[in-house]
Ligand binder design. Sequence first.
Ligand code: AMP
Length: 363
Amino acid sequence: MKTIGIIGGGQLGLMIAEQAHVLGVRAVALDPAPDAPAFRVCDDHIVAAYDDVAALDRLCRMSDVVTYEFENVPGEILIPLCGKYNIPQGYKPLYDSQDRLREKTNARNHGLQTPGFAAVDDEASLRAAVRELGLPAVLKTRTLGYDGHGQMVLKSETDIERALPLLTVPCILEEFIPFDSEASIVMVADRERVVSFPVGRNIHRDGILDLSIVPAAASQEVLDRMKAQSERFMRECGYEGILAIEYFIRGGEIYFNEMAPRPHNSGHYTIEGCTTNQFRELVRYLTGEPLQEPCLVAPTVMKNILGQDLDAARAVEREERPDTYVHIYGKTESRPKRKMGHITFVGITGEEYERQWADRFVR
Ligand code: AMP
């Protein structure tokens, strides 16, 4: 029996482990938190810091193949391990995605359209970037940003002063795209092929994903172009394993926003909404099994459950409704903006969700 090692024990690790078990594969995870969600379902686990070299080495020795479930694993940790152990996704997709400037430059170099952008390090380069890109514009830290953290929209010249405190770390200024919608695609690639999951529309609230609605609200031509360009991008970059790309759609234009070389929150709907899911195909890739092309079972809506919605989610679970799948990650501490679970509604559209379900959760 094969064993997958997972660096990180959050909900993504939990769902990788669950799908590993479906395919008869063992899973072990390493995480600094003794109560990490993935530990409850893993066959074994290691409580250790991500920079604990001896512990990571142990994880690799316990595993036939190793993957990561979060994107900020430092290169100085992963690169030496990649030389010694079987970590087939390697460090490159992480490296390319860990810095927003490098990430957008790489996307553009491989033919993807991005919002206009410029590096910003101080007041002078911020003012120069504003002159070049115009306002409104979005200022973001280059590294370690997530769920809208470390970002600020600049609407007028007076906002430049307010933005100066952000410049203690290297930043990027981006052209503001007044998009019609946001969308994402999740792909899994081995040496032979790339399979991709149906594109979902993503609705964020306070910078955090709230809903994924599948299929996405865009013309078939735009969705086909997004799939084709994303698969070509993954191939041309030489990435294997799993990759998610987030886009803005405006009219017929598709703008690359960001990517992540791990299972993606917007792909959770695939567990029940598709014939195979993002976690299962990642496990197939890791264990050298042939990939399977996913199909959408029915229109599907995924609702993220943050701390403030946990009681409502439990109430939905007790109703035992068909085609309504409540996932609670079992995090010991619930906080208002913390992702505590998700619910997948199979067989309903975005409009039906709004009518039947939206009022059950905090607005
Ligand atoms: P990010 O962390 O880069 O994904 O940004 C979080 C959210 O901020 C995105 O999902 C968008 O809703 C919004 N956003 C980020 N960058 C831009 C942009 N260049 N134009 C318009 N909205 C943006």
